[in-house]
Structures are given as C-alpha cells and as structure tokens.
Design a protein around this ligand. Structure first.
Ligand code: ZN
Length: 132
C-alpha cells in the first residue's frame, strides 16, 4: 500500500514545500527505520529536494528553468505545454529519502518540493514508506 496526497496548485509554475505532509505519511506508517519513496504521477510536474529556508531559492530555480526552456521553440507537441514536459523530465518525477527514528533524514536546509509546471490544477503525490 501507499498513500496519495492531493496537491492543489495555484499558479502556472510554482514550487510547493510538502516536507511536513510527507513527514506525516512517514509518521502514520509507523516505520522507524527505512526508506520513503515519493513519486509524481504526472508528465508536467516533478519533485525535488532543495533549500526550504529561503523562498528566494525556489524563485531562482523557476526563473532559470523558465529562461532556459523557452515558450518560443517550434515545439511539435500540439497541446501547447511542451515546456512543462521538458521541465518535468529535467527535474524528475521521484525521490527517495532515508527514514531514521521515524523522521525523514534531510539536511538542515533541505525540503521536499512539488514542482508545478503547467498549473493551476489538482495534482497527486504518491508516498510509499518501506521498513528496513
Ligand atoms: Zn502535453
């Protein structure tokens, strides 16, 4: 079994800090030592770990992604959201975090971010906690 979090997004592109929600899933699982796997079942969204202390970091990530992946390329995908597909593949759709003493093992400044690249929408995030 795994848990699915619902993630409502508010903007075309944004990074949402979901560290506490993922930590809650770890807590509910009862797993003390193991792994937490987080998977995004979407082709225009992603998940990443980065600094959660300064919100300017996520703004900088989005600024540069939006700069290097232009809306103005002669994309062949007719849906009009090719930049979002590219950003999704560059950042990736899954992460794994160690769990110890019932807590996610993250660095002091690290947080888990859901990355929206084609919002706003209602998104999902699958979380599986495995003991070991
Ligand atoms: Zn598309």
């Amino acid at each position: 079994m795994f848990e699915t979090l619902t993630v409502p997004t508010n903007h075309r592109t944004e990074l949402l800090d979901l560290t506490s929600q993922v930590q809650q899933v770890v807590h509910k699982s009862g797993v003390s030592e193991g792994l937490c796997h987080v998977f995004v079942p979407h082709t225009t969204a992603a998940v990443t770990i980065n600094e959660s202390a300064d919100p300017a970091v996520k703004a900088d990530i989005l600024m540069v992604l939006n700069k290097i992946i232009s809306d103005q390329e002669p994309y062949r995908h007719q849906e009009g959201n090719s930049p979002a597909h590219l950003k999704s593949s560059i950042i990736g759709c899954q992460i794994t975090v160690l769990v110890s003493k019932g807590r996610l093992v993250l660095g002091t400044w690290q947080g888990i971010f859901f990355c929206e690249f084609d919002g706003p929408r209602s998104r999902r995030l699958h979380v599986k906690v495995v003991a070991g």
